[in-house]
Ligand binder design. Structure first.
Ligand code: PAF
Length: 271
């Protein structure tokens, strides 16, 4: 595995290849990332993983500072997976130039997490736009766990006619149902149990409201979730996953989108 900290050296190297399959990450690699990387390695292009904890997508400095980092362990995992390239840029390498494309931010960025994490998606799109310009990947691998992020990156790529193709990958869950996330490493055993109970509650709720939407009583559901151990619920809303229209009545194709806290740890999921 070749490691790059500087975009010019990286670009020189990858210009010799037929194309790049790109897996962007902020490190803290878990089974979700590993499944993206394994999927990427199945195609004929070389796999490039980036690790960059992007400060512009954190709306609170404290959250940026406490974001779990595990570079040594990450390197071991990536080597084992026989990843071709790792890009670990500095802040200056990413933000020290003016990108050719302007970020396109779809209006859906104002909903869900966009309402509660001001500037978050601006930061995500900003960094992804820069990565796309530096790497010009054939494929970019993104998980459904961050569905809103995935949708907004898709809209940006379409609008700016960027040639990279998104490969959408399913959410990877632990056996207890909890969706893999770097932030899970901040949870203790009891908190994992709470997250698991909340997942199963929402999983069953979705089945029930598919049959009878009248059972979607938000106040009651929020009370149940608090009883299960959620401290604060930022949002709990149903959206059609194709067009992102809010679901208000009987429907088959929707996901329940949630962001909630267990103590001070914020978790998101869509089920
Ligand atoms: O999903 C993430 O880990 C990040 O938002 C991404 C796409 C790597 C951009 O920093």
């Amino acid at each position: 595995m070749k490691i790059f900290k500087d975009k010019h050296t990286l670009q020189k190297e990858i210009s010799k290849t037929k194309g790049i399959s790109f897996v962007p990450t902020m490190g803290g690699l878990h089974k979700g990332h590993i499944s993206l990387i394994k999927r990427s390695k199945k195609n004929k292009f070389k796999t490039l993983v980036s690790i960059f904890v992007n400060p512009t997508q954190f709306n609170k400095k404290k959250d940026f500072r406490s974001y779990p980092r595990s570079t040594k362990k990450d390197l071991k995992k990536l080597k084992k997976l026989k990843v071709n390239y790792l890009y670990m840029p500095t802040f200056k390498d990413i933000y020290g130039f003016k990108p050719k494309e302007k970020v396109f931010l779809d209006k859906f960025s104002k909903k869900l997490c966009g309402k509660f994490r001001k500037g978050h998606f601006e930061g995500v799109l900003n960094v992804v736009n820069r990565f796309l310009e530096i790497i010009k990947p054939r494929y970019i691998f993104l998980g459904k766990k961050d569905y809103q992020q995935l949708y907004l990156i898709k809209k940006h790529i379409e609008k700016r006619k960027i040639k990279s193709k998104i490969i959408v990958c399913k959410t990877i869950r632990e056996n207890n149902g909890v969706a893999l996330s770097t932030r899970n490493s901040n949870l203790n055993d009891n908190q994992i149990k709470i997250a698991s109970n909340i997942y199963y509650y929402l999983y069953k709720l979705k089945k029930r409201i598919k049959k009878n939407y009248n059972l979607f009583n938000l106040n009651r559901i929020k009370r149940d979730l608090r009883d299960l151990g959620a401290n604060k619920i930022d949002y709990l809303e149903n959206y059609n996953t194709k067009n992102f229209k809010k679901v208000k009545r009987q429907s088959k194709k929707f996901n329940i989108f949630i962001a909630y806290y267990i103590k001070n740890i914020r978790l998101i999921d869509n089920i």
